[in-house]
Design a protein around this ligand. Sequence first.
Ligand code: NAD
Length: 477
Amino acid sequence: MTTNRANFIGGTWRAAIDGRTDPVTDPATGEAYAEVASSGAADVDDAVTAARGAFESGWGTASPATRATALMKLADAIEADTDHLVALESRNVGKPLAATPPEVEFLVDNLRFFAGAARSMSTQAPGEYLTGYTSLLRREPLGVAALIAPWNYPMMMAGWKIGPALAAGNAVVLKPSELTPLTALRIAELAADIFPAGVLNVITGDGEHCGASLVAHPGVAIVSLTGEVSTGKAIMRAAADSMKRVHLELGGKAPVVVFDDADLEAVIAGVKLFGYYNAGQDCTAATRVIAAPGIHDDLVAGLAEAAASLVVGAPADPATELGPLVSAEQRERVAGMVARASDQGASIATGGGIVAGAGFYYQPTVVAGAAQGSEIIQREVFGPVVTVQRFADEAQAIAWANGVDYGLAASVWTSDVGRALRVANAIQFGTVWVNDHGPLVSEMPHGGFKQSGVGKDMSVYAIEAYTELKHVMIKTA
Ligand code: NAD
């Protein structure tokens, strides 16, 4: 397990200036097993100063090939360290060990994609758009990017942020979640000999002190957060004072719209996998099934059976399909929401309780018949809980799918191609899958409509978020 518990700033490991630390807890046992630096404003200032220095002393003007080569080396180092990273992430987040290697594979693929993208950034063609002048566009890095990550995919979210930010030529300060800092620190360790000192800094600490200081720091040009909607709003407000750029990947409440002509078995398999993957702690989780009258009852029964069959257990056990939630607080939130749904008349088709014993386990749960306006339909649960509602017709299905503040991801299940496209067009979500739910690729953007955020992760569109366009206009006559 990791030995690095300090911040990685300017190429060196430094304890928090005031010496404070935060414990790291194992969600499967509830016991603390490591300590990391609990950083404050002075540590943030050190990290931003180091990043600014690295940006100005060469990284900001390094060639695309130089940036790409460094990202490729980081991808290779991460790939070679897969077993270690998987063990760290699994224990820190409570993810089943057997399901975690694909997250490293995807992170490696993301970084390789961004390495390639660094060398092929595009803009509109230069030209004489006004007689006597030649216009050309430059895509320039912003400077220091503050990257603030959540606890549900700590390693992948770190990659989704450092990849495009570094590819574009920014220097970065990455702050992982206070609950799950260990893989970000390991990535810093792997990157130490690859990037010039100060290009990639990692500091640990909470949101209130460390995160807020980063957002307020005048040396930061862009804040990129993946986190809750409420955190995104707080950051947007704080960033307004200095007009920092914000890039916000926030919560979701994905509808799974199922028509009568859908393949019932495929829907059940899809929701079993993507409704409960990572114990449902996923912004795109297939959590909100909206089913046609003819398929609704079979779906509730099938999903209840599928959910009840999930193997709940210790992350390290190869048979485990569902691990614990990340914290006692998160489990309380999930349990409270399910209890209130039941009090308000929804029925619990399976699950609905905490798992007795050590660790923060919650039963895989299916809730049927919740009202559209109820809390469990409107708010992100972020636990192993899937709701099923019965819609009357296509118009109601679309209205219910859209009838939440979020707009991150959705799926439509039908064998009618015209209806699939019609509904996909009508629903306001950043990603819409047809007859599946969950797969992502590095080349395609991932990001929210409405309160699910601002900007896109992955794809060339992510790089755009970490650059400014400059128009240079040359008088030629
Ligand atoms: P969170 O908002 O509580 O914390 C996210 C990060 O923000 C943490 O590092 C935290 O320390 C920091 N933070 C908190 N308050 C801050 C402040 N005032 N200023 C600066 N930083 C602050 O979110 P979480 O509970 O860690 O993660 C779960 C959330 O993330 C869910 O809502 C989930 O949907 C969302 N998420 C979204 C995506 C996406 O791609 N859209 C991906 C993964 C997770």
